[in-house]
Structure formats: structure tokens, C-alpha cells
Design a binder for this molecule. Structure first.
Ligand code: KG4
Ligand code: ZN
Length: 357
């Protein structure tokens, strides 16, 4: 547990698993001292998705500047650091290696422990961080951790002792990936998530009846690829070019496309909410913590605010940039490992790694 008595400790966190480079400093009580994020979106946008080689090179180019910024936030030196953490996976291996080796080098130079951490573990605890230098919230166990990002959609049960059990995963596309693909087939700017979110707010979700796929094997697993295909079919029926040339579509697109996007967003949110409701009945959690890039979605936030009120259950979302990839959540995952007395580990990058394993 992160307590106020740990406020003298300082943790450095490095995140380079995908298309955001981030370096953060966190106190042992979970207060954020500094959290610098450099997004590579503009570099990948012309390709409509993340290009691994470009990502790795961009991390390498920008990381020294972010490390300088973190050092400055500490008065010009890393000397007082308690431990260093960096994302070891899941993610793009070439990109992960940049932060991992930089982090390991800093830790070795300072003779402090180095924690290679799971990116999803970072997301899981990120809703408990607070803005403005305040200590983090106490984590109420058991809680349901819902990670909805560009690469992952999963629901975890997190018990006392930080025991993580997976209750659901996606069988095909992740929620953010579905947003990005739908944005792409509509010819919208990359990444589709924030654009579709903004347009959906102005459309009528009842105009299109779209599927909410479920498996009949008793699992709560997600599936979003059928929904994406259903959107594509509706677009084709409207005579929409498939796929429209990038950037060819003016924003806002025609009314019926905006309504279709609203219907898509409603179906995604329904899929997430119904699974959270089923998991809530099973687990009887003390809180629900929703994280990952899609946790920035305004429709999802407002739906879950009603859910929270109806069930008298706290539903937490990360504040500001802490929904997307960031170093603060990685420093936090490292701090929680340090406080539990877990052994630091070797810097090995892994593309797949479930936090429940
Ligand atoms: O967590 P994240 O920054 O990176 C991964 O670990 O994947 O998530 C990025 C994903 C992208 O797919 C992006 O389109 C989506 O989060 N996203 C959103 C919104 N903002 C970002 N999806 C829906 N609504 C949003 N407002
Ligand atoms: Zn992420």
C-alpha cells in the first residue's frame, strides 16, 4: 500500500511501449512530481497506424529530453531516487527496449533497484492517482480493473495483496482499435477514438441498430470486429467509398454517417457496461477503475457516472493525460512492487504479457 509515510521516496518511471514516450517522477505516497509525455501521433498519422520502426527511433530521439525534464523537476539530479521502473511489456519490442535499457542504465548508475513492469498493471492502478501533487487514493480491494485501450480490452478482478485475476479479454479487436478502424473506414483523422467520440455526441444513436456481440460460452469476453464490419456494411449501403482516401472526408461528415458513428459508440459502451455489470454481480467489488486511452471517452464516462450512482459504487477514471500511456502509472507499478518487497528483475522486453499470469 502506498502511504504518506512513503512520501520521502522517489520513483522514476519510463514508458516507451507504443507511440507515446513518457518519463515521470512519483513520490512513494503516489503523488505525481512530474509527468512528461511526448506523443508520436503526428509521425504515425500518415500511415493510419503505429509503425514499429518509426516508434522505436522516435523514442530514442526524444527520451533524453524527457529525462532532462524529470531531472530538473528533482532539482537537477537523480541522486535521491529510491528505484527506477520501465515498461517491459506488452508492447512493441524495439520500442520497449529503448525505455528499458535507459531505465536499467540509470538504476545501475545510481545503484538502486530496477523494476521492469507490466504496462497493463500500470493502467490498472492509474485511476487511483490524483492530479495536482496530491497523494494517491487508497486502493479498495477487491476492485474491478477495466482496461480499454488501443491494444487491450480486459476486465480484471484485483484482490488484497494485488492478486490479479482476468475475468474478460477481447477475442479480436481491442475497443480503441475498433474506434481507430471505424475512423479509418469513415476517412476521419487518425487516431479515430477522439474524433469519433466528438462526432458521436452530436448524432442520434437510435438511427442504426448495430450488433453487441456476446459469446455463449459463459465468458465475459469482448468482441468488436463484427461491430466494425457492421459499420462498414452500413457505409457501403450508403454508397460511401470504401475506404475513402485519407483526409478526404470533411468534418463533420454527412448526417447519416454521424448517426452511424453515434450508433457505433453506443454499441461499444453497451458492450463495456453490460460486462462490467455482470462482473460486478460476480465479484461484489468496492470500486471500479476504468483505464486506457478509451477511458477518455466522454460517452463512456457519462454512462458510468449513472452506473456509479445507481449502484452506489465508486467508478474511477484516470484524470487528464493519465488515461493514455504515461510514465506516472509505470512509476506507480514500480513503487507498488517495491513496497511489496518484490525482487527487481532483469530488463527483458516482451510483446505479450498478461498481468494475471
Ligand atoms: O492507452 P492508449 O493511449 O494506448 C494503448 O496502450 O493502446 O490508448 C490509445 C487508444 C487509441 O485507440 C485511441 O483511438 C483511443 O485510445 N482513444 C479513444 C479516445 N481517446 C483515445 N477512444 C475513444 N474515445 C476517446 N475519447
Ligand atoms: Zn496503454
Amino acid at each position: 500500500m502506498v502511504e504518506s509515510s512513503f512520501s520521502d521516496e522517489l520513483f522514476l518511471g519510463l514508458e516507451t511501449s507504443c507511440d507515446e514516450t513518457s518519463v515521470a517522477v512519483l513520490r512513494g505516497d503516489g503523488s505525481v512530481v512530474s509527468n512528461l509525455v511526448s506523443s508520436q501521433i503526428a509521425l504515425h498519422a500518415p500511415f493510419g497506424g503505429v509503425v514499429p520502426e518509426i516508434a522505436a527511433r522516435a523514442h530514442l530521439a526524444v527520451l533524453p529530453t524527457l529525462l532532462d525534464g524529470a531531472r530538473e523537476a528533482l532539482g537537477g539530479s537523480f541522486q535521491g531516487l529510491t528505484a527506477v521502473a520501465a515498461t517491459a511489456g506488452p508492447g512493441l519490442v524495439g520500442a520497449l527496449l529503448v525505455g528499458l535499457h535507459a531505465g536499467e542504465g540509470i538504476a545501475t548508475g545510481l545503484d538502486v533497484p530496477f523494476y521492469p513492469v507490466n504496462h497493463l498493471e500500470g493502467h490498472l492502478y492509474s485511476p487511483f492517482l490524483r492530479p495536482g501533487g496530491e497523494p494517491m487514493q487508497t486502493i479498495p480491494f477487491p476492485f474491478l480493473g477495466v482496461v480499454v485501450s488501443g491494444g487491450h480490452s480486459a476486465i480484471y478482478r484485483v484482490d488484497e495483496g494485488f492478486r490479479v485475476t482476468r475475468l474478460a479479454r477481447t477475442r479480436d479487436d481491442a475497443a480503441g482499435e475498433a474506434y481507430d478502424k471505424v475512423g479509418k473506414i469513415c476517412g476521419l483523422a487518425y487516431p479515430g477514438g477522439p474524433v469519433v467520440d466528438a462526432l458521436a455526441a452530436t448524432g442520434d444513436p437510435a438511427k442504426f441498430d448495430l450488433p453487441r456481440p456476446r459469446f455463449d460460452d459463459g465468458t465475459l469476453d469482448f468482441s468488436f470486429s463484427g461491430l466494425k464490419t457492421a459499420v462498414l456494411r452500413r457505409l457501403q449501403a450508403m454508397g460511401w467509398p470504401s475506404p475513402p482516401p485519407k483526409g478526404s472526408v470533411e468534418e463533420p461528415p454527412p448526417r447519416e454517417v454521424v448517426d452511424l458513428l453515434a450508433g457505433f459508440q453506443e454499441a461499444v459502451i453497451d458492450s463495456i457496461e453490460t460486462r462490467i455489470e455482470e462482473a460486478r454481480r460476480k465479484v461484489r467489488p468496492r470500486a471500479i477503475a476504468i483505464s486506457g486511452g478509451v477511458a477518455a471517452n466522454r460517452g463512456l464516462r457519462s454512462r458510468m457516472a449513472s452506473f456509479s450512482e445507481r449502484n452506489g459504487l465508486p467508478v474511477l477514471f484516470p484524470t487528464g493525460i493519465l488515461a493514455a500511456d504515461n510514465g506516472a502509472m509505470i512509476a506507480l507499478a514500480g513503487a507498488l512492487r517495491y513496497h511489496r518487497g518484490l525482487a527487481p528483475g532483469p530488463a527483458r522486453a516482451v510483446s505479450r504479457w498478461d498481468p494475471a499470469s
